[in-house]
Design a protein around this ligand. Sequence first.
Ligand code: ADP
Ligand code: MN
Length: 180
Amino acid sequence: MISGPIIVMTGTPGTGKTSTAQLLAASSASLDPPFSLRHINVGDLIKDKSLHDGWDEEWQSWNVNEDKLERIIEERPAGEGLILDWHTCDAYPERWADLVVVLRCDHTTLWERLEKRNYPLNKIQENNESEIMQVVLDEALLSYPAEIVVELKSDTPEDMENNVDRILQWAKVWREERAQ
Ligand code: ADP
Ligand code: MN
């Protein structure tokens, strides 16, 4: 059995990665025939399983141990696809990704979402600026071939549903192409 696809789900904090990934995982299971896409919150996984070599103060991020992360990715059950949910995508080798989704959000909306999360003001400003400057999109385009990178607007619940439908459509085609 072929392994399922690896979908990198990235974007500035608050753009909707986790919500979208959860909806996508749930919707994939109800396809006929079902498609198994497992949502992995990479930040939590790195913390829980210590897949890092320490915390980087300057970048406020884990120094990911790629080999340890790779073992988990490659040891997944046959047929299972993964949704890797993390705010950065440069920690993964290019060969892992079949699709890179970069969620984008209107900056006023993003500001409100981060306020609701009780982020400190400097963090809200930093993330807001990063969204305006499309830092994550540029990072994705530098790390992966442009043809597998898609930028999707995630301002409203309707956007989220459309995005999930679009990714499921992509996953079906991906599977059909490999079944031949
Ligand atoms: P991330 O994982 O990228 O930090 P979340 O999925 O946790 O983002 O979403 C942050 C907040 O924004 C949550 O309260 C979520 O319900 C809301 N949200 C995310 N995407 C949308 C969307 N497309 N429309 C409306 N609300 C959204
Ligand atoms: Mn999240």
